[in-house]
Design a protein around this ligand. Sequence first.
Ligand SMILES: O=C(O)CCC(=O)C(=O)O
Length: 303
Amino acid sequence: MALKSSKRHTEVSALTTKNYHPQFFAYLNFELGVMGAMQLNDEEKSTGQLTEQTLQDVALNLKSEGYVILHEVMPQSWVTAMRSLFCAELEANYRDQPSQLASQNGHGGFQPPLKAPFLDPSIIENEIVFQILEYTLGKHFFGCLPYGCNTSFPGSTTQNVHRDCGHLFPELDLALPPLLIVVNILLDEFTESNGATEIWPGSHRHIEADQAEISTLKIAPSRWSEHTSVRTTAPAGSIIIRDMRTWHRGMSNTTDALRTMLSLVYYRQHLLPDNLRSSDEVINEDDWQQLSERAKWIYRLWK
Ligand SMILES: O=C(O)CCC(=O)C(=O)O
């Protein structure tokens, strides 16, 4: 069972910075206010190159907590431009279908078309994210396009606690390394008021309790209430990388502004058919030329 925050804090406070005991990083995270949060240095952000130590710290957070929050990775000017673009699309998409948004309890989103400006390399082939994915999923990881976004609209309500995918072999009663990882790029500051996601540290290691949990991916209140949760409060431009087995839920947005994060799903290479095609959507020639060979390979896009 997860430690209560105060107990964990007392335990980690006794650790020194030299021995790099795993819980030392949990201690660092307290300095940023949220368990699982990390700050990259300026050089890592400007060059997009992470140090070996940072990669190890990220991997450790993913392994122990099931997620990591990298604070303020994307430049604010980029965030502002993307936010306007996505808000305009979201508002237009739901303007004529308020009942659909209501049926989703105010949690919406859309899949942008495979063209500029949505196929921005900072989104689909982010150097920092790709280093982490390669480190944790292996060199031949692959991704899905179109990507999506999760938006908590003003007035949204709290979702069921769920995981986005289950354990591959729940019958083993053993948590294997991650098969699926979701990358969320925050286009807004995430606060408790606008619906920062609630997440259960370490819950990716909990094997499903029963067949209902396996088939619905929903976690019963009697189960999640036994464990400590945190809110993913973080500045706009932060990136959250989550093992998709980790319990979480969208929360209510009591502000009058949208709260949006982009969502990109990546897989460990696993029994992939040779002719896998991630999307049949036609990409126009100009946009195709802008894609790197690496991106074409990772998203398994062929002409
Ligand atoms: O938007 C969020 O904070 C989480 C959304 C989510 O988990 C979902 O829609 O399944």
